[in-house]
Design a protein around this ligand. Structure first.
Ligand SMILES: [Mg+2]
Length: 276
């Protein structure tokens, strides 16, 4: 049985997308959310990233924000539980350095091998075929951050340059190969048959092993957040300065932030903490 050693009081977990949600779409800053993050920490409410980003990116951000909670990487493909918070391994986990690792998706090598025969049929560029300079130009990241972004274990981001019709054909071809796609803020992500919603449900179940009444707040701004928001007890849509709100069919009331990015994130969390 898994033991969460330092957050036994919490009944709420916060599960959040990063780019365009906790982090500003343009400058990747979480500054407007910092005071609210500290409030969550004071109340021992876990703040769990659920992102298309990699392990290396999540580790760096977690450290920068002074967090020690689990995180879900590459659109639900794997979840990392810090061993200092979780003394024993969650079900299905293997040891991975200072973490317990639960893998739900496919390994990057496997995805690349399945994707390879399709690459010449469509106008697209895979991130692993890009130079670091190309990634910096496409994302606005600096070299170190671009390196972390390229270090993917469970998904392949594509810059899609073909038509919508071609995309429909591409998706059909992928489905026959056990692959799926998710659209993030900048990339089309190819991954195994998993999503952020399945990962949220799994992590909520892990917390339920030690706490009876665990409710989830989930926050996101993009299409790849829909499954997560539909699985959450309290779904929050964060407005984007770059694209329209995704369409969400949730059985539960959906909060839509007034402001964009981390400012909207902070206001929505404050509102929910006062009402739950
Ligand atoms: Mg996003």
């Amino acid at each position: 049985m898994t033991t969460a050693t330092s957050n036994n009081d919490s009944k709420i977990i916060v599960v959040t997308d990063l780019d365009g949600t906790l982090l500003d779409h343009y400058n990747y800053s979480a500054e407007p959310a910092l005071a609210t993050i500290r409030k969550l920490q004071k109340r021992r409410i876990p703040l769990i990233f659920n992102t298309s980003k990699t392990l290396a990116e999540c580790e760096a951000l977690s450290e920068k924000l002074g967090l020690s909670d689990p995180f879900i990487v590459e659109n639900g493909s794997a979840t990392y539980y810090p061993k200092r918070r979780f003394r024993t391994a969650p079900s299905g986990a293997t040891s991975h350095g200072v973490y317990w690792q639960v893998v739900a998706g496919l390994r990057h090598d496997d995805i690349q091998a399945r994707l390879a025969p399709l690459k010449s049929d469509y106008q697209m560029v895979a991130l692993s075929d890009c130079s670091l300079g190309d990634i910096c130009a496409a994302t606005g990241l600096n070299m170190t951050a671009a390196q972390r972004a390229q270090n993917r274990h469970f998904s392949e981001p594509l810059i899609w340059r073909d038509s919508d019709d071609a995309l429909a054909r591409f998706r059909q071809a992928l489905a026959g190969l056990g692959l799926t796609t998710l659209r993030g803020g900048r990339f089309l992500h190819v991954l195994g048959e998993t999503d952020k919603g399945q990962a949220l449900t799994a992590i909520q179940d892990v917390y339920r092993q030690t706490q009876n009444d665990v409710v989830s707040i989930a926050l996101g701004d993009g299409d790849n957040d829909i499954a997560m928001l539909q699985a959450a007890d309290y779904p929050v849509l964060i407005r984007s300065p770059a694209h329209a709100l995704p369409r969400l069919n949730s059985a539960r009331p959906v909060i839509i932030s007034d402001e964009t990015g981390p400012a909207g994130w902070a206001a929505s969390i404050k509102h929910l903490l006062a009402t739950i």
